[in-house]
Design a protein around this ligand. Structure first.
Ligand SMILES: Cc1cc2nc3c(=O)[nH]c(=O)nc-3n(C[C@H](O)[C@H](O)[C@H](O)COP(=O)(O)OP(=O)(O)OC[C@H]3O[C@@H](n4cnc5c(N)ncnc54)[C@H](O)[C@@H]3O)c2cc1C
Length: 384
């Protein structure tokens, strides 16, 4: 084994790529290890919604990167909420891609841009060889990959996703819950003439059998999220999307499905964000699982990545672990409140929602509340 690397990042998903860029920007000369081969495709557009804070963070570690992601994305100037076919909230606002609080584009495009930025920065990356073992000590971490290669590192930033081998190797659990309710997500390509983009949340959509439906446009297509009801066969619903989509997404004629999947709300946070030696830092989905509603997963993962690189440079791992775990717990609380709102498990909340829907035409605040709640009622207080 050669001299230890200052920092090894495990996993070249959006969070690992961001961590490598951030570490490079701080002069740490990171080595990035990835299980997939460089040309392996990742299915699905997954994280479409990128927050301004993420764009700013990426601009700070690689000048121009956040700006380019924003330029490649889509912003919209309208949000609407409907209740059983009747509009209860409409908001329009100026939508300038340069200053909008978000942009919307497939995660695959963001990853391509991050990968290109890493290449241009000269980040050393070894592809196609998963890490199998991580043994930390007070001196550093010894990593062994599937091919038998051994890498020494003073610090390891684990960004190897939900089934993190590094997290398991250092014995840190991921505590939390998974919703019983399933959600179907379907991505649809833009038609020949792209429809006007607007974000629509529809409570009790009549054309979806009274299920809640969220429509989110992104560059090149539309994301359709359907909340299943108890007893629904979510896989069947996903497989038959072509049949129900025209009524739910009438703005895209002859919708072409590009990806569909079924998921449950995962609300899980690692018991600790660093191992006992302070040599292994957990980031992104290796550290927390958050639901798509609210777009907290990748966005908070990029926050972890930048903070982890800084903590390695400043020898401030303990503070990193404390602060990022607190941020993740806040995200879980906001997402949990959103789930509560979507499921409305208590009669009181169901009554409140129905009353808000009735009051909305006369009392705009009620419509605003219905509009904001599915993403977590306290979203403004949450730091990604
Ligand atoms: C339907 C859906 C919609 C979503 N929408 C949003 C959204 O709008 N906004 C948002 O912020 N988030 C969203 N998310 C969440 C987002 O997709 C994830 O949070 C994000 O992909 C996590 O990034 P990551 O880099 O931590 O993990 P991953 O993307 O899972 O990347 C992990 C990487 O590590 C590699 N790896 C795994 N094991 C090893 C190993 N042993 N050795 C080396 N490499 C390894 C993997 O091959 C992979 O490249 C959504 C997710 C879904 C499913």
């Amino acid at each position: 084994m050669s001299a230890p690397e200052p920092v090894v990042v495990v996993g070249a998903g959006p969070v690992g790529l961001s961590a490598a860029l951030a570490a490079h920007a701080l002069g740490l000369r990171p080595l990035l290890l990835e299980a997939r081969t460089r040309t392996a495709e990742r299915p699905g557009s997954r994280a479409v919604f990128v927050h301004r804070a993420t764009l700013d963070r990426l601009d700070a570690v690689r000048p121009g990167l956040g700006t380019e992601i924003a330029a490649r994305g889509l912003v919209w100037d309208t949000r609407r909420t409907l209740w059983a076919g009747r509009q209860v909230h409409l908001r329009t606002y100026p939508a300038d891609p340069a200053t909008a609080p978000f942009t919307s584009l497939p995660q695959t495009v963001v990853e391509d841009l991050l990968r290109r930025a890493c290449d241009e920065a000269g980040v050393r990356t070894l592809w196609g060889d998963p890490v199998r073992e991580a043994v930390p000590s007070s001196e550093g971490v010894r990593l062994r990959t599937a091919s038998g290669a051994v890498h020494g590192a003073r610090h390891v930033i684990a960004a190897d996703g939900a089934r993190s081998a590094v997290r398991e190797a250092v014995g840190i659990g991921l505590d939390g819950s998974t919703s019983a309710t399933e959600f179907v997500v379907v991505d649809v390509a833009d038609g020949e003439r792209p429809a006007r983009p607007e974000r629509v949340f529809h409570y009790r959509h009549p054309a979806a059998g009274g299920r809640h439906v969220l429509l989110v446009p992104f560059q090149g297509g539309w994301r359709v999220d359907v909340q299943c009801r108890p007893g629904d066969d979510a896989r069947h619903l996903a497989a038959t999307a072509r049949e129900w989509l025209p009524a739910v997404l009438p703005q895209v004629p002859g919708p072409e499905v590009t990806w569909s999947s079924v998921y449950r709300f995962q609300l899980r946070v690692a018991a600790r964000f660093a191992d006992a030696t302070g040599r292994v830092l957990l980031t992104g989905e290796a550290a927390h699982l958050l639901p798509p509603f609210g777009a907290r997963g990748m966005n908070s993962g990029v926050g972890d990545a930048v903070a982890a690189a800084r903590a390695v440079r400043d020898d401030a791992v303990e503070a990193y672990a404390r602060e990022r775990r607190t941020a993740a717990e806040r995200n879980v609380r906001a997402a949990g409140a959103a789930l509560d709102h979507l499921l409305a498990p208590r009669p009181g909340l169901r009554l409140l929602q129905r009353s808000a829907a009735v009051a909305a035409p006369l009392w705009p605040r009620a419509g605003r509340w219905l509009d904001a709640a599915p993403y977590g009622p306290r979203i403004r207080k949450v730091r990604y």
